[in-house]
Design a protein around this ligand. Structure first.
Ligand SMILES: NC(=O)c1ccc[n+]([C@@H]2O[C@H](COP(=O)([O-])OP(=O)(O)OC[C@H]3O[C@@H](n4cnc5c(N)ncnc54)[C@H](O)[C@@H]3O)[C@@H](O)[C@H]2O)c1
Length: 284
C-alpha cells in the first residue's frame, strides 16, 4: 500500500517538527492535538517557520503555500481515518500511548501502519494494544526533526518485514537516513547519550564546575555542537526524566538513575526551552 496521507498525533516539539518534515516531503498531513486551538496554533507556527525560510531564500514562496495547503489541523481522532500511516508523538508516558494505540486501531483502515516516536518506551506494549501488531513499529525522529538526518526504525518482536520496509522507505522519502534497531529501551542513540547527559547534571549538582564551563568543556574538548546542559534544555527536562526512568527500569544501570536535581527542576516547572527556563533562561 502506498503512503500518501500521514497522521501525526501530538503537536509538541516533535509532533510539529515531524508534521513539517512530512508536509515538505509531499505528504498530506493531518495534525491532531487534543484541542483545536493547539492544532491551529501549531499550523500557524509552521507558517511562521516556513515564511522565515522564504525570507532567508531557502524556500520558494509558492512552495511554502503548497506545503501549508497539505496540512490539516484537527482535534478529532476520526480525522485520521484515511491515513495510511499514523505517527504518534504525545507525551513520553506508556499508559497514555497504550490508550492512544487502542483508539487509533479502531480509527484507521485495516492496512494502515501505526508508529510511535517514543524515545525509549517498549514499542511491543503499544503494538499489543492493537489488532494489527504486525503493522506497528517505531519511527524515531530526532530534535529538531527538520534538521536532524537520522531516523531510528524500531522493530518490535511482532513487526512484519513489510512494515519495517515501509517505515524505512518513509524515512528515506523524508530525506532522512534510517537505521534499524531492536525494540530495547533507548534504542541506539539515547542508550548511549543519556548516561552522558545525566552525568553532566551530576557534575553540576556536585559543584564540580559551572553550567557554562561544563558545556564549554564538551564543545571545546569533544567538538560537540552543543554542551550537555543546553542539549537537555532543548530536549525538555520532563521528557529527559521520562527517558532515563524507562532506561533505568529496563537495565537497572546506575548511570540511568536520574540525578535528583533534574527531577526537582521538573517539579518546579523548569523544563528547558519549552517553559522558558531550565539550566539556562530563555526569553519567550
Ligand atoms: N524532545 C525530544 O528531543 C524528543 C526527540 C525524539 C523523540 N521524542 C519523543 O517524542 C514524543 C513527544 O515529545 P515532545 O518532546 O514533542 O514533548 P512535548 O512536551 O513538546 O509534547 C508532548 C505532546 O503530548 C501532548 N500530550 C500530553 N499529555 C497527553 C495525553 N494525556 N494525551 C494525549 N496527548 C498528550 C501534549 O499536549 C503535547 O502536544 C515523546 O514520546 C518523546 O520521547 C522527543
Amino acid at each position: 500500500m502506498s503512503i500518501t496521507r500521514v497522521g501525526i498525533v501530538g503537536s509538541g516539539i516533535m509532533g510539529s517538527g515531524i508534521a513539517e518534515v512530512a508536509a515538505k516531503s509531499g505528504y498530506e498531513v493531518v495534525l491532531r492535538s487534543r484541542r483545536q486551538e493547539t492544532a491551529d496554533a501549531t499550523v500557524a507556527g509552521l507558517e511562521k517557520s516556513l515564511t522565515k525560510q522564504v525570507e532567508k531564500g531557502k524556500l520558494e514562496e509558492g512552495e511554502r503555500d503548497k506545503v501549508l495547503a497539505r496540512v490539516t489541523a484537527t482535534s478529532q481522532l476520526d480525522a485520521l481515518a484515511d491515513c495510511q500511516l499514523v505517527i504518534e508523538s504525545v507525551v513520553e508516558d506508556l499508559a497514555t500511548k497504550k490508550d492512544l494505540f487502542r483508539d487509533l486501531n479502531h480509527v484507521v483502515g485495516d492496512d494502515a501502519i501505526l508508529a510511535t516516536n517514543t524515545s525509549t518506551l517498549p514499542v511491543i506494549e503499544m503494538a499489543m494494544e492493537t489488532h494489527r501488531p504486525q503493522q506497528v513499529g517505531g519511527i524515531h525522529f530526532f530534535n529538531p526533526a527538520p534538521m536532524m538526518s537520522l531516523v531510528e526504525v524500531v522493530r518490535p518482536l511482532s513487526a512484519s518485514d513489510e512494515t519495517i520496509a515501509a517505515a524505512r522507505a518513509f524515512a528515506e522519502s523524508c530525506g532522512k537516513t534510517p537505521v534499524e534497531v531492536k525494540d530495547q529501551a533507548g534504542f541506539i542513540v539515547n542508550a548511549l547519550l543519556f548516561p552522558y547527559l545525566n552525568n553532566a547534571v551530576r557534575l553540576l549538582e556536585n559543584g564540580t564546575a559551572t553550567r557554562e564551563d561544563i558545556d564549554a568543556a564538551m564543545k571545546g574538548g569533544c567538538n560537540f555542537p552543543m554542551g550537555p546542559l543546553a542539549l537537555l534544555d532543548l530536549v525538555g527536562l520532563d521528557t529527559s526524566v521520562a527517558i532515563l526512568d524507562a532506561l533505568y527500569d529496563e537495565f537497572r544501570d546506575p548511570n540511568y538513575s536520574v540525578v535528583p536535581l533534574m527531577r526537582r527542576m521538573v517539579t518546579a516547572g523548569q523544563l528547558g526551552r519549552k517553559s522558558g527556563k531550565g539550566f539556562y533562561d530563555y526569553h519567550r
